[in-house]
Design a protein around this ligand. Structure first.
Ligand SMILES: *[C@@H]1O[C@H](CO)[C@@H](O)[C@H](O)[C@H]1NC(C)=O
Ligand SMILES: *[C@@H]1O[C@H](CO)[C@@H](O)[C@H](O)[C@H]1NC(C)=O
Ligand SMILES: *[C@@H]1O[C@H](CO)[C@@H](O)[C@H](O)[C@H]1NC(C)=O
Length: 227
């Protein structure tokens, strides 16, 4: 049993080495675009719970970690390219750490800064599914600007009370796609924000579940005029 696991692991390790050795990361232009409905993994900046400051890894790069696991899927939050739908993500158990981070987000002391790959990531980056704190994909100060990713700030609204929080847990999530003629299947911009948080919110204390409901939609091309 162990031998099998070991052999499989060795195989994947050697495959990983082979891939990273022979196939350097393609630039964003060269990579293929998303197919309609293809999942898009969401990862977010890790932050310290005492100050809400971002955490860097050993290489000095910002540390992005997977969005918390959704009870509905058993996986971190995923969006679906080009699909308008509601995506529910219930975080089963709000830990002490996560509760403190929620306080920062709701008080706007720190943003819930996430990011999504602008095009599907090559397997060498996704080897650990969401391990996105890698040097190859980072540029700029602390690796904030990566051409492979599009920022997704989740503006959670709510109110802080002494012992609990009200979190505006119904969110609008917009993903802009580049014009098909220019760059098919490419994410250009993304944002998310709580809707009507005064009336649509959930009361949270440590240990509670946090049911998030994302109303996902898209937009192709540039600026949108609503009025
Ligand atoms: C986020 O940072 C904290 C503090 O350094 C660390 O304990 C935790 O393991 C990190 N989270 C992940 C998923 O790596
Ligand atoms: C998401 O959750 C809401 C509230 O619980 C529920 O009304 C809705 O049917 C759910 N949607 C999906 C797609 O599961
Ligand atoms: C999450 O899933 C587990 C296992 O299926 C279940 O026991 C738990 O009640 C679920 N939590 C919520 C908040 O739905």
């Amino acid at each position: 049993m162990w031998l099998v696991v070991f052999a499989v692991q060795a195989f994947w390790l050697s495959l990983g080495t082979a891939l990273s050795g022979q196939e350097p990361l393609k630039s964003l232009e060269e990579a293929r675009g998303y197919n309609p409905g293809e999942p898009i993994p969401v990862s977010c900046l890790n932050r310290t719970i005492d100050t809400g400051e971002h955490i860097t890894d050993a290489a000095g790069q910002l540390q992005y970690i997977p969005f918390p696991t959704c009870n509905e899927t058993g996986r971190p939050l995923e969006l679906f390219f080009g699909v308008e739908k509601e995506v529910n993500c219930t975080i089963d158990f709000v830990t002490d750490e996560f509760f403190h981070l929620l306080e920062f987000y709701i008080h706007s002391d720190a943003p819930l800064s996430c990011r999504i790959p602008s095009k599907p990531l090559p397997p060498s980056v996704l080897e650990n599914e969401y391990r996105v704190s890698d040097q190859l994909t980072q540029e700029g100060a602390l690796g904030t600007q990566s051409t492979l990713y599009t920022p997704l700030i989740i503006a959670l609204a709510g109110t802080l009370q002494l012992s609990h929080l009200h979190v505006g847990n119904y969110l609008n999530l917009l993903v802009h796609a580049a014009p098909k003629s220019q760059s098919p299947g490419t994410v250009d911009a993304a944002t998310a924000y709580s809707i009507a948080s005064h009336t649509r919110n959930t009361k949270i204390t440590i240990g509670d579940p946090l049911p998030l409901s994302f109303s996902c939609g898209g937009q192709r091309g540039g600026l949108r005029r609503v009025f």
